[in-house]
Design a protein around this ligand. Structure first.
Ligand code: MG
Length: 205
């Protein structure tokens, strides 16, 4: 499986990091070794001093597809959760300043947290009403999102990415983070909510 991530998909978040609002999805990958699930603790790596949380809606791909048209994209994912795209912001800024790829700042071990997946059928009106999600740090909300604020819809992301990468059952797509990204420290507790349901709850160690 592979993990596809979209950056800068919420205009307000792009602005908080002084990035341009993109005219195409900004895409990067994480390897399967990036996955962290089942509420396991995340161990703070020794090579960063600025580890940021980015709470995101995560889609699970359910069938293989290439050059998927946007209007058929909904047939290619059937489960959804909230995850964290952990980012070593200090490394990322240094790499971006040199125009170099971001991978070590984004795709490191356990940088892709996922919660419990829910069938999309549990959110029957999601296309009209959006999906609300949030991240709490130590019991306080730090990020709140609504997928209606995405610059690129799930369908647009799938259509764009599947031109380059064949999507396969089990692949995950991180669909971008709303504003409010910020640092985590050892002993912080992170809880993710899909609508009002808690889908993950883990500690930084
Ligand atoms: Mg992200």
């Amino acid at each position: 499986m592979k993990i596809i991530c979209v950056g800068r998909n919420y205009a307000e978040h792009a602005r908080e990091l002084q990035n341009e609002v993109p005219d195409k999805p900004v895409v990067f990958l994480k390897p399967p070794t990036a996955l962290l699930k089942d509420n396991k603790p995340f161990y703070y790596p020794e090579w960063t001093r600025e580890l940021h949380h980015e709470a995101e809606v995560v889609l699970r791909i359910c069938r293989q597809g290439k050059y998927i048209q946007e209007q058929f994209a909904h047939k290619y994912f059937d489960q959804v959760t909230v995850g964290v795209d952990f980012t070593a912001r200090d490394l990322q800024h240094a790499l971006k300043a040199k125009g170099l790829p971001w991978e070590i700042a984004k795709a490191f071990d356990h940088s892709a947290v996922v919660g419990v997946f829910k069938p999309l059928t549990a959110l029957p009106e999601w296309e009209r009403n959006g999906i609300r999600f949030s991240l709490h740090k130590n019991g306080k909300p730090v990020q709140q999102g609504d997928t209606r604020d995405m610059l690129f819809s799930f369908g647009a992301i799938i259509a764009y990415c599947s031109q380059f990468f064949t999507l396969q059952a089990g692949d995950l797509i991180y669909t971008g983070t709303p504003p409010g990204v910020g640092p985590v420290e050892r002993e912080d507790r992170l809880e993710g909510f899909l609508e009002d349901e808690k889908v993950f709850d883990f500690y930084i160690k």
